[in-house]
Design a protein around this ligand. Structure first.
Ligand code: 13P
Ligand code: SF4
Length: 353
C-alpha cells in the first residue's frame, strides 16, 4: 500500500476536500504511509492536548489506538466526532485492566484498610472506564512524559498510589525518578485472589503496581542492552519507560517518544544510538538523521501490531467516507464515563509545566 500511488492520490484528494472540517492526528508509532497525512504528530500527551485545541474541526481523525481516540472524544466538544480509521487498533496493555477487575481490586484495598489513603494514577494507555474509575477516586491520568509529576502530585493527596495498568512505567518512575525502593512497590495480579498480596503487604507498600505491560516494549531485555553495547562500543542506549526495570536501569537515557525524538534532534553528528521503542519510529529517526548512526535496540522485537492496523487503505476509506458525509468508525464515550474520565484527564492537564 505504501507505494500505491493511486491510494496516495485518493488520500490527498479526500484530505483536500475535507479541508479544515477534519484534523488528522498521528502517533509517532504510525506507519510512514499514514504519518505523511497527519496534520500533527506527537506522543500521547501532545496528541491529547492537540485534539482538545481544535474546537472548530468537525472530525478528529485519530491515527493511533483506541484509548487515544476515546481520550480525544472525552476532551473535544459535543459536536466534534472522533474517527479511528480501523476499529481493530486497540492496545494489549490497555486490555490488561478491565473495569470489573479494577473495581474488585479497589474492594481488596478497602478490605485491607488502605483505599482511603490510596490515589489511583492511571497511564493514558487505559480504557475510558479505567480513566473514569481514576476520576471517581480522586486520581489522575499520566503519560510517559509526565509520570513523575503525576506521582509527585498523587503523593501530596494520599499515602499510596495504585498505578494502572503498566507496572514498568510505574516502577521505573517510582524508583528512578522519585527515589523509592524496589521493595516499596508491590505487584497486584488481577488474576489472583486478593491480587496475590496479603493485607499487610498492601499496607506496607507505597506503590501498588498493576500487573500489566506493553507487549512490544516488554520484549526488550537486559541482553538486548549488553549485546548492543558489545556490538557497538560507545553506543548511547535510549529507551522508553514502558521497558522492564532492568532494561531502563542499564540504558543511558529514558523517555517518551517525544523525548526520544528531541534527544536525537539535539545529538551531535557522528554519535551512535540504540533505541528501545517501536520500530516505525526508530526507522523514521534513522532516515531523518543520516549524520548519526541510529539502530534498533533488539532486532528480534517488532512493530506494535495494533498501531500498524491503521494503514493507508483504512485512512483513505475513512477520509473518503467523511468527505461524502458518511461518518464511519466513530469512537464515543458515554456521558457518565466521560464525566469522571475527564476529571482525571483534566487533573493531568493541570499538572505543573
Ligand atoms: P508515548 O507516545 O506517550 O511515549 O507512549 C508510547 C505508547 O506506547 C503509546 O501507545
Ligand atoms: Fe499498547 Fe504497547 Fe502498542 Fe503502545 S506500543 S499501543 S502500549 S501495545
Amino acid at each position: 500500500a505504501a507505494s500505491d500511488p493511486s491510494l496516495v492520490e485518493r488520500a490527498r484528494a479526500a484530505r483536500e476536500e475535507l479541508g479544515d472540517r477534519a484534523f488528522v492526528l498521528g502517533h509517532h508509532y504510525q506507519r510512514d504511509e499514514v504519518i505523511q497525512f497527519a496534520d500533527v504528530t506527537g506522543d500521547s500527551f501532545k496528541l491529547a492536548r492537540d485534539a482538545a485545541a481544535r474546537p472548530d474541526a468537525e472530525y478528529i481523525v485519530f491515527c493511533g489506538v483506541h484509548f487515544m481516540a476515546e481520550s480525544a472524544d472525552i476532551l473535544t466538544g459535543p459536536d466534534q466526532q472522533v474517527i479511528l480509521p480501523d476499529l481493530g487498533a486497540g492496545c494489549s496493555m490497555a486490555d490488561m485492566a478491565t473495569a470489573q477487575q479494577v473495581d474488585e481490586a479497589w474492594e481488596v484495598l478497602q478490605d485491607a484498610g488502605v483505599a482511603n489513603t490510596t490515589v489511583p494514577v492511571s497511564y493514558m494507555n487505559s480504557s475510558a472506564a479505567i480513566k473514569a474509575f481514576t476520576g471517581r477516586h480522586g486520581g489522575t491520568i499520566c503519560t510517559s512524559s509526565n509520570a513523575k509529576k503525576a506521582l509527585d502530585w498523587a503523593f501530596t493527596q494520599g499515602e499510596k498510589v495504585l498505578f494502572l495498568p503498566d507496572q514498568h512505567l510505574g516502577r521505573n518512575t517510582a524508583v528512578l525518578e522519585l527515589g523509592l525502593g524496589l521493595d516499596d512497590c508491590v505487584l497486584f495480579d488481577p488474576h489472583k485472589p486478593g491480587g496475590g498480596l496479603t493485607p499487610q503487604q498492601l499496607r506496607d507498600a507505597s506503590m501498588i503496581l498493576w500487573r500489566g505491560h506493553c507487549s512490544v516494549h516488554g520484549r526488550f531485555t537486559l541482553d538486548s542492552v549488553t549485546d548492543v553495547r558489545t556490538r557497538i562500543p560507545g553506543v548511547n542506549v535510549l529507551v522508553h519507560p514502558e521497558c522492564r526495570h532492568e532494561v531502563v536501569t542499564a540504558a543511558d537515557l529514558v523517555g517518551s517518544t517525544e523525548f526520544i525524538i528531541k534527544t536525537l534532534d539535539a545529538a551531535p553528528a557522528g554519535s551512535t544510538w540504540a533505541i528501545g521503542t517501536e520500530l516505525n519510529l526508530v526507522r523514521r529517526l534513522a532516515l531523518a538523521h543520516p549524520d548519526k548512526t541510529i539502530v534498533f535496540l533488539d532486532r528480534t522485537v517488532c512493530f506494535c501490531s495494533t498501531m500498524n492496523r491503521i494503514d493507508l487503505p483504512h485512512l483513505v476509506w475513512s477520509l473518503e467516507s467523511l468527505a461524502r458525509g458518511e461518518v464511519v468508525n466513530r469512537i464515543t464515550v458515554d456521558a457518565d464515563t466521560a464525566h469522571f474520565a475527564r476529571l482525571a484527564l483534566d487533573q493531568m492537564l493541570a499538572l505543573p509545566g
